[in-house]
Write a protein that binds this ligand. Structure first.
Ligand SMILES: O=C(COP(=O)(O)O)[C@H](O)[C@H](O)COP(=O)(O)O
Length: 319
């Protein structure tokens, strides 16, 4: 049998490239794109036996998996689809993959709107929120509150170096929220003017730590110091099962060119440039984690993780 790796489709490779380059970004959006890519791999495959098709799907999953290491929604999506790729013929497996991808995407969408309704309960008419990066889970909370007739304002951190705050500003503006944009270092100055800090998550660890865009932990410490509640909006697909057994979450280091161009770097003596994409906020700085299952104090999230994943998980893309 030839190498299943060689039969990974161009479309799957393009999706993986787009995730790596951050054209597809944000934990929930990455999960959705990865699930769709597996469905497309199954549809395009010429495999004639279930084993050959499953080997091809595992190879495609590995290509998708090896793009960005921090958002656990990516492996959680791949696991969901691969563990449901059952069937005694290749056709059966293809159909099972299509069904599980559709189910997964429905769950993602429903989870986000359920979570949005929970998060919206925390927001009152006239409140101001501060945001960091761009999180579709956070925006679902704001959108649900706006739909309930609440008028909201937002102070949006631009989020260097990739400026995802600009996407947040545009989407909040489209919802009718009054938006003020600030540079990241101005956050502390304005924390007394906001009622809530709202952030998303790429992963949540078993101890309740929130792994999110770099700068979240500093923002949370400052918010605690100022007495401003900090809420993390995160669907349960952000729960990191490996942390139940003591593993830590990898923090992605990105290219220095996102921070400074070669010419400017040369001009200032070519310093070492570090560009971590995410950081870890300890649970003591987070007031609540809002999920589609309700709101949890961070320290109790482990109970939900055990309920959803048991004690151990498998990595079905490994040969
Ligand atoms: O940190 C980021 C995005 O980082 P990047 O831009 O590097 O992917 C977002 O806060 C989370 O992914 C949650 O997003 P969502 O709520 O949409 O899943």
């Amino acid at each position: 049998m030839d190498d299943p790796e060689s039969r990974v489709t161009e479309e799957v490779r393009q999706t993986a490239d787009a995730i790596g380059r951050m054209e597809i970004r944000g934990a929930a959006t990455i999960a959705d794109a990865a699930a769709r890519a597996l469905r497309d791999q199954a549809e395009a495959s010429a495999a004639e036996t279930p084993d050959a098709l499953r080997a091809e799907l595992r190879a495609a999953a590995r290509v998708l998996h090896d793009t960005r290491p921090t958002a656990v929604s990516l492996p959680n999506a791949l696991r969901y689809v691969l563990l449901n790729a059952d069937g005694t013929t290749a056709e059966d497996v293809r159909a099972a993959v299509a069904t599980s991808v559709a189910e997964f995407r429905d769950r993602l969408e429903n989870a986000q709107s359920d979570l949005g309704r929970v998060g919206a309960n925390r927001l009152r008419d006239g409140d101001t929120v501060m945001t960091h990066c761009h999180s579709t889970d956070v925006l679902a909370c704001v959108e649900a509150a706006v739909e309930q007739g609440k008028e909201l304002s937002a102070i949006v951190k631009e989020t260097r170096p990739r400026m995802q705050g600009h996407i947040t500003a545009r989407e909040l503006d489209e919802m009718g929220v009054d938006v003020t944009l600030i540079v990241d270092s101005a956050a502390r100055r304005y924390l007394n003017d906001v009622n809530h800090v709202l952030v998303g998550a790429d992963s949540i660890a078993a101890d309740g730590s929130v792994i999110n865009k770099i700068g979240t932990s500093g923002l949370a410490v400052n918010a605690r110091d100022r007495g401003t509640p900090i809420v993390c909006a995160a669907q349960t697909i952000k729960l990191h099962p490996d942390t139940l057994t003591g593993h830590t979450v990898d923090i992605e280091m990105r290219d220095e060119s996102e921070v400074i161009d070669d010419e400017t770097a040369a001009d200032i003596g070519d310093p070492t440039v570090l560009n971590p994409a995410f950081d870890v906020t300890p649970p003591r700085y987070v007031d609540a984690i809002v999920t589609e299952r309700g709101q949890y104090p961070p320290e109790s999230i482990v109970t939900l993780m055990r309920e959803l994943f048991g004690e151990a998980t498998v990595e079905p893309w490994v040969e």
